[in-house]
Ligand binder design. Structure first.
Ligand code: NAP
Length: 170
């Protein structure tokens, strides 16, 4: 039976820190479920990209990872005590959870899952917040994400979107 692992992130945008986590998970399991969290949120300063755009970023970036990968967008629900059941109902079955998010770890442990930590690689550099800031300030950001993520962001004119939604109406 294939060992399947679960990893969730918002991926706003997907960057080399996430990619390194997924490469490490692929060394431990046969199949990885990558959930795109807060799938219902887009067009905000902290969450500029849609679930579909993020799915494209992840799918194109993980093509060469040596594991079977399933990518599932997951909307938030506003009941933390029911969230693990929500996740279970939306993704393929899995046995092990990889996360560094204290809430995610706690909720899965309470439901009896095997939860492993997976700290982000070079956290000070590879960070969604840092990348969005650089985009807004016209600083270099492309080296922080895999090339397919640059392609997706250019295709959707993502930097212009982020700049536009960050302006106030005055
Ligand atoms: P998140 O809220 O997207 O990210 C929180 C912070 O953790 C971000 O700064 C993120 O960095 C960072 N991070 C992500 N992966 C990391 C890692 N492996 N090591 C260190 N830092 C890491 O949290 P998330 O864990 O990535 O995603 C959890 C998702 O589950 C969210 O969409 C959340 O809404 C959802 N959730 C929903 C419920 C509910 O609906 N009731 C309950 C629990 C969780 P980057 O910005 O660089 O990615």
């Amino acid at each position: 039976m294939a060992l399947r692992g679960f990893y969730i992130g918002r991926f706003q945008p997907y960057h080399y820190g996430h990619h390194s986590v997924i490469e490490n998970i692929a060394r431990e399991v046969d199949e990885i479920i990558i959930a795109i969290g807060s799938a219902q949120i887009s067009h905000t300063i902290d969450n500029p990209f849609t679930a579909g755009e993020r799915l494209l970023m992840v799918a194109k970036s993980v093509e060469n990872i040596d594991a079977e990968i399933y990518i599932v967008p997951l909307e938030d629900i506003y009941r933390n005590d029911l969230w693990v059941s929500h996740v279970k109902s939306m993704v393929p079955p899995f046995r092990v959870v990889y996360s560094n998010n204290p809430l995610v770890m706690r909720l899965f442990r309470e439901e009896g899952y095997d939860v492993k930590t997976c700290p982000l690689y070079k956290r000070e550099k590879y960070s969604g917040t840092e990348i969005r800031k650089r985009m807004l300030e016209d600083q270099e950001w492309k080296s922080l994400v895999p090339p397919p993520v640059v392609d997706v962001i250019e295709e959707i004119d993502g930097v212009a979107r982020l700049k536009e939604i960050s302006r106030d109406d005055k």
